[in-house]
Design a binder for this molecule. Structure first.
Ligand code: FAD
Ligand code: NAD
Length: 466
């Protein structure tokens, strides 16, 4: 078997692994990335990017249908809108291909070798790779540093395994047809992002959520406009309800009062969370310390074994692409001899529902829990000119700051297009901005960002436009 040596060996070419590879290449660390599927990982191939493409296509189709169904205040008329799903999926695949091709080119540009095959850990410094095409001879790679970035996989319900009409987000992102009736199990990120998209593409959608409300990880005020929009769209919510099984087109459910019911379904999307990918590639043999299902890491993403590192979804929550990328970049710099620690002021999170939700840092509830004295203010989009021009007046921006010195601790927003406010939120937190800093910054008019400035001014007691 051919044996090659390198300084840094990265298992997994997702956002964590490929960013670590690019940065390591820039720092001239001899690096190999091993990827069993396509570069770009879950995020680019079967996650963030294809889901946002499908959500956009569904929204465009829904707009056309809305204009066709009723007189529009904008004076737009559309007749007989139709969608060619095969072309929609091909368009989405084209975006994925451009991006994953780009990852390959970037690694190459920075002198990083990408090996296409499944890695199997032999020990903390040795990995065997079976090339993907099956014809190539196995390869043995020895390294000084081993970076584990194998990501995560969907959680399966044992009594409703994936297959046939029971699908995970992966299949739901490449549909050959739109089911007449879709039951979505799990009212979290994936269930609501894709459930809404399928509703807009024409399915009757029922969301079955075990908790008493949808998006249980977000605060209730932020979720209200999303719940109202789901009701307008005609998405049925079964809250406090668990699934019992799926047979012959019927999903059996039981609600909090122990009442059982059957829901008709042509397809069932199970989206009850994701788990770190820890089995099937020899990871167990390293006997690393674990934290729940994830590999335990310290503030520099070091595992319990010297020179073995873990990042991204494999290293637990929050399972977000930008966290994986930030950790990957940091580990490459540490290996190059720089001093770095993973202590972000905040990891923003966006839920691409309709309307969108974005959070960064602490909410009023977090402050209460931690006994921090705070001031908080909300600025509604109903008082924002830009929001009116894009018919997006539902929602608000909320700021949370320390009561004593006005240091901003957190931001939350819900509304059309608020995902783009994530940058402003994170920057103000990372730079230690005060309410006064944001309140005195000139924000371009008319923009949704003015609601950010106005929320800060309102927390200071002198908002201008409300
Ligand atoms: P992954 O992206 O999972 O990459 C791991 C890679 O390792 C994979 O390509 C896999 O093939 C490879 N691999 C695993 N084991 C081996 C092995 N033994 N040998 C070789 N290769 C191996 N996050 C966001 O921030 N924003 C979003 O909008 C968003 N939307 C999402 C939508 C969906 C439908 C899903 C499923 C996820 C979404 N996420 C989103 C989460 C995001 O995709 C993950 O947090 C992110 O991809 C994690 O990056 P990673 O590098 O840790 O792992
Ligand atoms: P999730 O944790 O967001 O939501 C899972 C939901 O399923 C929860 O509300 C939970 O209460 C519910 N649930 C669990 N078991 C259930 C059961 N048996 N019956 C009914 N409901 C049940 O998980 P997800 O939606 O699968 O997404 C996985 C992860 O992927 C997310 O946590 C996130 O890290 C990532 N993701 C991020 C984005 C984004 O950033 N926009 C989008 C999609 C996915």
């Amino acid at each position: 078997m051919e044996t090659i040596t390198t300084t840094l060996l990265i298992i997994g070419g997702g956002p964590g692994g490929y960013v670590a590879g690019i940065r390591a290449g820039q720092l001239e660390i001899p690096t190999i990335v091993v990827e069993g599927a396509q570069p770009g990982g879950t995020c680019l191939n079967i996650g963030c990017i294809p889901s946002k493409a499908l959500i956009h296509a569904a929204e465009e189709f829904n707009k056309a249908n809305t204009y066709a169904a009723q007189e529009s205040a904008l004076g737009i008329t559309v007749e007989n809108p139709r969608i060619d799903l095969a072309r929609t999926v091909a368009w989405k695949d084209g975006i994925v291909k451009r991006l994953t091709g780009g990852v390959g080119s970037l690694l190459k540009k920075h002198g990083v070798r990408l090996v296409n095959g499944w890695a199997r850990i032999i020990d903390g410094k040795t990995v065997e790779v079976q090339p993907q095409d099956g014809d190539g001879a196995p390869l043995r790679i020895r390294c000084e540093h081993l970076l584990l970035a194998s990501g995560s996989e969907p959680v399966e319900l044992p009594f409703m395994p994936f297959g046939g009409d029971v699908v995970s987000s992966t299949e739901a992102l490449s549909p050959e047809s739109i089911p007449r009736r879709l039951v979505v199990v799990g009212g979290g990120y994936i269930g609501l992002e894709l459930g809404t998209a399928y509703r807009k593409l024409g399915s009757q959608v029922t969301v079955v959520e075990a908790a008493e409300r949808i998006l249980p990880s977000y605060d209730a005020d932020l979720v209200k406009p999303v719940a109202a929009s789901l009701a307008r769209l005609g998405v049925e919510l079964r809250l406090g309800t668990t699934v019992l099984g799926f047979e012959q087109g019927l999903v059996r459910v039981r609600d909090a009062s122990n009442v059982e019911a059957q829901l008709e379904a042509d397809r069932v999307l199970v989206a009850v969370g994701r788990k770190p990918r820890t089995t099937g590639w020899g990871l167990e043999s390293l006997m690393l310390d674990m934290e729940g299902r994830a590999v335990k890491v310290d503030g520099q993403c070091r595992t319990s074994m010297r020179n073995v590192w873990a990042i991204g979804d494999l290293a637990g929550e929050p399972m977000l692409a930008h966290r994986a990328m930030a950790q990957g970049e940091m580990v490459a710099e540490i290996i190059a001899g720089k001093f770095r620690e993973f202590v972000p002021a905040a990891i923003p999170a966006v839920c691409y529902t309709d309307p969108e939700i974005v959070v960064a840092g602490m909410s009023p509830l977090d402050c209460d829990r931690e006994g921090v004295e705070f001031v908080s203010a909300v600025f509604p989009f109903s008082a924002n000119g830009r929001a009116m021009t894009i018919e997006g007046t539902d929602g608000f921006v909320r700021v949370v700051a320390r009561k004593d010195n006005h240091l901003i601790l957190g931001w939350q927003a819900v509304g059309a297009g608020v995902s783009e406010l994530a940058a402003a939120f994170s920057q103000s937190l990372e730079m230690g901005a005060l309410l006064e800093d944001v309140g005195r910054t000139i924000h371009a008019h008319p923009t949704l960002g003015e609601a950010v400035q106005e929320a800060a001014l309102r927390a200071l007691g002198h908002a201008l436009h409300i």
